[in-house]
Design a protein around this ligand. Structure first.
Ligand SMILES: *Cc1c(COP(=O)(O)O)cnc(C)c1O
Length: 233
């Protein structure tokens, strides 16, 4: 047993408890372990504990880790999520290496990922990042622009649009956290009238995962509560 192992048991138990308390199937909430800045040795500990989905924020760092596990644990089916901001000159590395991309906020990025996705790989799963708190400095698009971007991304053959992602403004009040996450759930529900296959809401981090799960999150992204505090972000 080690700390990463213990932390994962604790968080999985928390997810399960929260889901059951609000009548959700615990298996409908996927835990993404955010391993940014953390070494492959800690990721390997998480894999030993049964965790197979990881999130990375920095392209180069993520690509190196993906290569490491492809080489050293080729039989382990790890799913890699890119969850950081992406400059258009780095799309190729994401298209060639990751399984999911959470932070699409403009059509140009989606077009590049589509064009650069290798033919021998599955479609890249993508999410549109929504600036749900309308923060000026935040990435993501405004809620009223989402429907148009969905329509555009649906034309791209090598991407599979799965849903929406958000990083709401930090808010300590539980009721307010819940209110914001519910706006995301409603936005996805409204899109599903035209696009019933959309099935993913990536929202909720260490500080707000309870509200996110109650509101309907299907992917929560947890870093420090699994791997410990980061030296830098
Ligand atoms: C770093 C990060 C997380 C994880 O944050 P923690 O506070 O360490 O749990 C989740 N989502 C995104 C987009 C991040 O950048």
């Amino acid at each position: 047993m080690n700390t990463v192992h213990d932390n994962l048991i604790k968080i999985n138990h928390e997810i399960r408890t929260i889901a059951l308390d609000c009548d959700r199937d615990p298996n409908s909430v996927e835990l993404i372990a955010v391993s940014k800045t953390k070494p492959v040795t800690l990721i390997a500990q998480a894999i030993d504990a049964g965790q197979l989905s990881f999130g990375e924020n920095y392209v180069q760092e993520g690509v190196e880790k993906i290569a490491y596990f492809k080489k050293n644990m080729p039989d382990i089916p790890i799913t890699w999520h890119f969850i950081g901001p992406l400059q258009s000159n780095k799309t190729k590395l994401v298209a060639e290496n990751f399984d999911w991309m959470h932070t699409i906020d403009r059509f140009k990025i989606a077009q590049r990922l589509d064009a650069q996705r290798p033919a021998n790989m599955n479609k890249l799963n993508v999410l549109i990042q929504v600036n749900i708190s309308n923060e000026e400095s935040k990435s993501g698009i405004h809620a009223d622009e989402v429907a148009n971007l969905v329509k555009q991304i649906m034309t791209l053959p090598n991407l599979r649009l799965r849903g929406l992602m958000a990083i709401p403004e930090i808010e300590n009040d539980f009721t307010k956290q819940l209110e914001v996450f519910k706006q995301m759930t409603q936005l996805l529900a409204s899109l599903k009238t035209d696009y019933p296959l959309l099935d993913t809401l990536s929202m909720g981090m260490s500080g707000d995962m309870k509200a996110a799960i109650i509101a309907g999150s299907t992917m929560i992204r947890i870093g420090s509560a699994i791997f410990g505090a980061r030296q830098y972000v």
